[in-house]
Design a protein around this ligand. Structure first.
Ligand code: NOJ
Ligand code: CA
Length: 699
């Protein structure tokens, strides 16, 4: 306990945050949940650049200590807002706020620290009002601490300036270092990676305490600022913010007035609250797009998995060791015979989408440049407008539209952000011309401008610029390899997806642990939906390709992901011919919604299991999904969310008794029965398995 503290509690009183200044004027907070310590006294502050990067070469004073409090205000806020798409039709944003005003006499500067305290956590941020003495400044490091009370279990991935495509590790806090040291060489297999510390981890970081508290640290509204990582001081069990630097090693060029992103701590004694709590979205600004009628949740398929698995190629020819846009003549070369995005193949996917109620078809490898798209830090790698000779863009869009389907655009930038910004306007105009309304972008490889990192301030501004420009063109964005989201989709709901984690593609690159998909909702999904690309039915890739990897899930486990991994963008990622073989199971993907009026988390434990029920938007139909990790288990679903007096037709897609993700992944059973409110479903989930249920209201 600190003397002379200002305290603010959450609306139900469960969460309390105290603010104080140390004897030498250093801002400090601590946090409790139901009387238990969540964060011990933790310091706040920013270290500023004092060298040539400092604003006008000023002899800067750090914003770390020497502060005096000049005032504080508390207030309450309670509103209910409607997301354009989401897990629920409405979201309540209810918090108590404390604004602390501070003055640093030695620099004559004024800053504010704002706390918003919710029933399941809190957010804090630094605010820099415009003032004579604080107009421009450069951040050397932000020193926001999160002092843990014990050696908690952490579910973590290594801190990295360039990628989050990792499997989660589960260790005590003091076990982080050994694993990072052990695996450092292994990390280098990613196309771009910069692990910065032996004790560095990424957010969102999930933890569990010995007495059963779930604690999660992340950030909200990361705009015009670098992405935050956390670095652990093992002796004090204190995490401290570690921002992503830019190419000159600086961590933020700021002009006031400016507010930093929110630093968030979720807490509850019930793991389900980690999944249902909307704190990250709530700490973002309301929607800035006036007319959102063109934004729509989408189920899609695509010319994609065949390339990831290695049977087909993005490139058109093998004739050239390299190509130059505008000079290489594709009409003179021999097609390689493996090009995926041919007019005939795309038509096959369009037919499949139209027949099965999928709204869009993603096509990768449609545009010139893929012959040497990555590995050379090449600036002008793609122009985003010139199709390969065997991809008839006009005919295919007309064909798709005639069947009520849209093509989904693909812009792989090869991490050449400069090149993408140069071509962006023309690329979006081309999309508007042919009626595309969604783009999947990608940033594979090291960033250009060279020396920048995927998560630096300038790159975060780039991704945001793309989202805002896209909105002007009524285009939805799904960005791969970009910064992990921080709830910005509330403000810009045309950001319908991100990858920013290890997606299904890794099941073709050696695989991911079976508990990966019961980790991601606790971590990566805190900031926004993921384009995980589920739905692989032929999980043993060697049965139909040269690829020796396999998907670490049963077929029913794949079905469950349409519920467990919430996203308004859901891919049916396997090949049409594979779905045709298991048409009765594919019925679930046909039926499942991807926009919801309500969601109820029924069972949850990080890395173990998640069971969730969701009510399809504008209907009385419910869908339930359950996924387990490494261990088989029995899910128990009490149907107490159904309407009283109504009858429902219930179809259960479950692992067969002998199913197992390694030995027998495709063994499933489909049963139908009539259910009503109060009935209980007991469903066995195989190792690496899961289940999916549709519950359709009877007329
Ligand atoms: C990586 C993306 O995650 C994947 O989906 C895409 O197919 C490739 N890059 C090529 O752009
Ligand atoms: Ca990727």
């Amino acid at each position: 306990m600190i003397g002379m503290a200002q305290t603010v509690s959450s609306p139900n009183g469960n969460v309390t945050v105290k603010f104080s200044l140390t004897n030498d004027g250093q801002p400090t907070y601590e946090m409790e949940y139901k009387g238990k310590t969540v964060c011990k006294p933790s310091h706040l502050g920013l270290e500023l650049a004092k060298d040539k990067h400092a604003s006008k070469g000023m002899q800067e004073t750090d914003l770390m200590k020497g502060f005096k409090e000049t005032g504080h205000k508390t207030s309450t806020f309670d509103e209910t807002w409607k997301p354009v798409w989401g897990e629920t039709a409405t979201i309540r944003n209810h918090y108590n706020e404390m604004e602390v005003s501070l003055n640093q006499p030695s620099s004559k500067r004024n800053i504010k620290i704002r706390f918003r305290v919710y029933d399941y956590g809190m957010g804090l941020r630094y605010e820099f009002p415009q003032q004579e003495e604080l107009n421009y400044f450069v951040i050397k490091e932000e020193h926001t601490q999160f002092a843990m009370a014990d050696n908690h279990t952490a579910y973590w991935i290594p801190g990295d300036y360039d990628t989050q495509e990792y499997e989660y590790q589960i260790t005590p806090l003091t076990g982080i270092k050994d694993i990072i040291r052990r695996d450092r060489e292994k990390y280098k297999s990613n196309s771009s990676t910069t692990v910065f510390s032996d004790t560095g981890v990424q957010t969102s970081l999930q933890m569990k305490t010995k007495d059963g508290l779930y604690i999660n640290i992340h950030e909200a509204a990361c705009l015009d600022y670098p992405t935050m990582h956390l670095n652990l001081d093992e002796k004090t069990l204190t995490f401290e913010s570690w921002l992503t630097p830019d190419a000159v090693g600086m961590k933020g060029f700021i002009q006031t007035p400016f507010n930093t992103p929110w630093r968030t701590v979720l807490v509850s004694d019930d793991a389900r609250d980690m999944l249902s709590c909307k704190l990250t979205l709530n700490l973002n600004e309301p929607c800035k797009i006036e007319d959102t009628s063109w934004i729509h949740p989408t189920k899609y398929c695509g010319v994609w998995w065949d390339m990831i698995v290695g049977r087909k190629s993005w490139s058109y020819t093998n004739d050239y060791p390299s190509v130059r846009l505008g000079e290489t003549d594709y009409s003179k070369c021999k097609p390689n015979g493996t090009h995926g995005a041919t007019t005939a193949e795309v038509k096959r996917y369009i037919d499949f989408a139209a027949k099965n109620g999928l709204q869009e078809v993603l096509v990768e490898g449609w545009n010139i440049g893929w012959e040497d798209w990555f590995g050379h830090q090449k600036l002008d790698v793609f122009d985003f407008v010139t199709p390969y000779p065997d991809f008839d863009i006009k005919e295919l869009n007309e064909y798709a539209h005639s069947k009520g389907v849209k093509l989904m655009m693909h812009h792989e930038t090869s991490a050449s952000a400069i090149n993408y910004e140069r071509h962006l306007e023309d690329a979006f105009k081309l999309m508007n011309k042919y009626g595309y309304d969604a783009v999947k972008t990608g940033y594979v490889g090291d960033i250009i401008p060279r020396g920048e990192y995927h998560y630096s301030q300038i790159m975060n501004n780039h991704y945001q610029r793309v989202v805002e420009e896209a909105a002007k063109h009524h285009i939805m964005v799904n960005a791969h390899e970009a910064t992990r989201p921080t709830g910005i989709c509330r403000t810009w709901p045309n950001l319908v997806g991100n990858e920013s984690a290890r997606g299904t593609e890794y099941e073709a690159f050696g695989g991911s642990v079976p508990y990966h998909t019961v980790m991601l909702p606790f971590t990566r999904l805190q900031g926004g939906p993921m384009d995980y690309t589920p739905g692989i039915f032929e999980t043993k890739l060697s049965e139909w390709s040269q690829n020796q990897s396999f998907v670490h899930s049963t077929l029913c486990g794949q079905l469950s992901l349409y519920l467990v991994m919430y996203s308004p963008l859901q891919m049916a990622a396997d090949l049409p011919e594979h779905y045709e073989k298991y048409d009765d199971a594919f019925q679930f993907i046909r039926d499942v919604a991807c926009d919801w009026d309500d969601s109820k988390y029924i069972e949850a434990e990080p890395a173990k299991y998640i069971t969730v029920a969701r009510k399809a938007k504008g209907t009385d139909n419910w869908f339930v999904g359950g996924k387990t990790g490494e261990e088989a288990r029995n899910a128990v679903v009490k149907l107490d969310f159904l309407d009283k007096g109504k009858k429902y037709e219930c179809t259960i897609y479950q692992d067969a008794a002998d199913a197992d993700y390694e030995k027998n992944p495709k063994a499933y059973r489909i049963t139908k029965r009539t259910v009503k409110r109060g009935d209980v479903l007991k469903i066995r989930e195989a190792r690496g398995g899961g289940f999916a249920v549709s519950i359709m209201a009877k007329k």
